[in-house]
Unconditional design. Structure first.
Length: 321
């Protein structure tokens, strides 16, 4: 086991909670639902911030949109790599800031509208956007670990809502295979994933994924002493580096969280809740296997394990339902 049991359970729990939040949020916006075993089009709520889902008239339309989704992922990864390479911290932080506001706003809108307290102005949900703005600012510019991880629970469901309507079972299968291949290459061959993660954590003070720092008892006592001695965050960080205190970090990348949500959302709108739950269960088993059998000081691509679990979940759901 790469991390201690407490940290492993924490990461595992956050992953599962995000999947179910994602399923709830995606279902709210879905314009396709299963009623008595029949796929039915319904008048679903529009995504806020002007993010309207395109109309799917024929099955072949999914192929066209798939190339757009693939291009968007490639473009985003390329831009992220270039901005990281040229140390464009201001642009990267601003990019993350805007994305976090929109993603949180999409997720929060589900709950504020359910409560009947939402007001929309020019496509912007006011009640949902205000907390999204505040939390995004703390997350990106203040680096508070509790806020960081709490917001992650709602960011990926919000992003997934943009992609679920334009994917079907066949295109999500292809996408998962391609992402898994990229993950293997990026972690085990090029090492680009480790470099970008290191840059985000050490230079940008932002990480796109769950992020849990932890230390042994002796190190914790030393950190506590330094916190009491140095009230300034800058001086505290300087002295932490000076004392060379070893702080371990447990992470789970954002892609490893969002793709199972997208896959479950596609199954939900196509085959119903039971199939979506099988996908979540499969992805959870994949993550659990990785957590249990990964070794310390080694990096692993999570998507191949998660994708394998998702495919097993899909197969079982087809056999049962």
């Amino acid at each position: 086991m790469k991390h201690n049991l407490k940290i492993t359970i924490l990461l595992f729990s956050m992953f599962i909670i995000t999947q179910f939040i994602g399923l709830y949020v995606v279902n709210y916006y879905s314009s396709e639902k299963i009623f008595d075993g029949v796929l039915t089009s319904v008048e679903g709520p529009e995504l806020p911030f002007g993010l309207e889902s395109p109309e799917i008239e024929q099955q072949k339309d999914y192929s066209s949109f798939f190339y757009g989704v693939l291009s968007a992922f490639v473009f985003a990864i390329l831009i992220l790599f270039l901005l990281t390479k040229f140390d464009a911290r201001f642009i990267l932080k601003l990019w993350f800031f805007v994305v976090v506001i929109i993603a949180l706003g999409i997720s929060f809108f589900v709950f504020t509208s359910k409560l009947g307290i939402e007001k929309i102005y020019f496509g912007i949900p006011l009640i949902a956007t205000i907390p999204a703005l505040v939390l995004a600012y703390i997350k990106i510019y203040r680096r508070e670990f509790l806020i960081h991880n709490l917001t992650e629970l709602f960011i990926y469901p919000g992003i997934a809502c943009v992609f679920v309507p334009i994917l079907n079972i066949y295109t999500i299968i292809i996408l998962l295979v391609l992402i898994s291949i990229y993950d293997v290459w990026a972690v085990w061959h090029s090492g680009i994933m480790q470099k970008m993660a290191k840059f985000q954590i050490e230079k940008l003070n932002v990480f796109s994924g769950f992020f849990v720092p932890y230390a042994d008892k002796k190190t914790k006592q030393k950190i506590k002493f330094l916190k009491e001695k140095y009230k300034s965050r800058k001086k505290l960080e300087e002295n932490l580096k000076k004392n060379k205190l070893k702080i371990n970090v447990a992470i789970l990348g954002g892609g490893d969280v969002i793709f199972p949500i997208i896959a479950a959302g596609v199954m939900l709108k196509t085959l119903g809740l039971g199939s979506a739950l099988f996908v979540i269960a499969g992805a959870t088993i994949g993550v659990g296997y990785l957590f249990l059998f990964s070794e310390k000081k080694k990096f692993y691509p999570a998507m191949p394990f998660i994708t394998a679990g998702i495919f097993v979940g899909m197969i079982l759901s087809w056999l049962i339902f």
